[in-house]
Design a binder for this molecule. Structure first.
Ligand SMILES: Cc1cc2nc3c(=O)[nH]c(=O)nc-3n(C[C@H](O)[C@H](O)[C@H](O)COP(=O)(O)O)c2cc1C
Length: 210
């Protein structure tokens, strides 16, 4: 698929048909994720892959109330049909370690050089992992499949960590369902809300608008 088609066709898919996903596609999605840029080439990311019916069920029972699981709404019904869930995780520790290395310490262009978290205007570990997550979504589109990035309820994070034995140095930044789109997935949320036109979000030279 042409790159522009991948970009134009990508939208979050929240309803899947139950066909399994070729494991090679999951491998390609992760491989592509590792081609995301990362600050200092820190690569402070890790991807929990849940691609068996049992593991996917564990995901939903860990992140959703039993009552909602018994009577899933439309969102949950569609999402639970996805045969694959990938949980991108970011590691702040990897950035603290990488930026303490000699070349990075020397490259600070302020005096005194920033230390610890002052080094970053925004959390690069989340930024980089989010870029990797986009590559997973784009890989799905390129293969004719669909994906949806979605949030993990904050009060379920500890349960997720425990259930899937996530390394303490890593934080899940969200989760991605992957699968074949259900036929019913026609119009998108983004279409209903309307995508902002480039002119509205472009501030050339300065932010002020006329
Ligand atoms: C950080 C982030 C969190 C999101 N969380 C959710 C979510 O919890 N549930 C959901 O259905 N979609 C979630 N989305 C998807 C957005 O709703 C979606 O990207 C947006 O409506 C634009 O639609 P599109 O991606 O289909 O173009 C999230 C997207 C991002 C980037």
């Amino acid at each position: 698929m042409e790159f522009q088609d991948v970009v134009d066709r990508r939208r979050m898919i929240r309803d899947y048909d139950p066909r399994p996903v070729d494991p090679a596609l999951v491998d390609r999605a992760i491989r592509n994720a590792t081609h995301a840029p990362s600050a200092g080439f820190s690569q402070g990311w890790g991807f929990l892959v849940l691609d068996t019916p049992t593991d996917v069920r564990r995901w939903w029972s860990t992140t959703v109330d039993p009552a909602s699981l018994d009577q899933p709404d439309r969102w949950l019904t569609g999402m639970m049909r996805a045969p694959v869930v990938i949980v991108p995780c970011s590691s702040k520790a990897a950035y603290l370690a990488r930026y303490a290395e000699k070349d990075k310490a020397a490259s600070a262009r302020t005096s005194p050089p920033p230390t610890g978290e002052d080094r970053w205007a925004v959390p690069y570990w989340h930024l980089d992992t989010a870029m990797a997550a986009l590559l997973i979504l784009q890989t799905a589109v390129d293969a004719g499949l669909g994906g949806c990035f979605f949030g993990i309820p904050p009060d379920r994070l500890d349960a997720v960590r425990g259930e899937f034995a996530i390394d303490a140095a890593f934080d899940p930044i969200g989760a991605i369902t992957l699968g074949h789109r259900a036929r019913s997935t026609g119009s998108s949320g983004s279409a209903a809300r309307g995508r902002k036109p480039p002119a509205q979000v472009t501030h050339r030279g300065s932010w002020s608008v006329d």
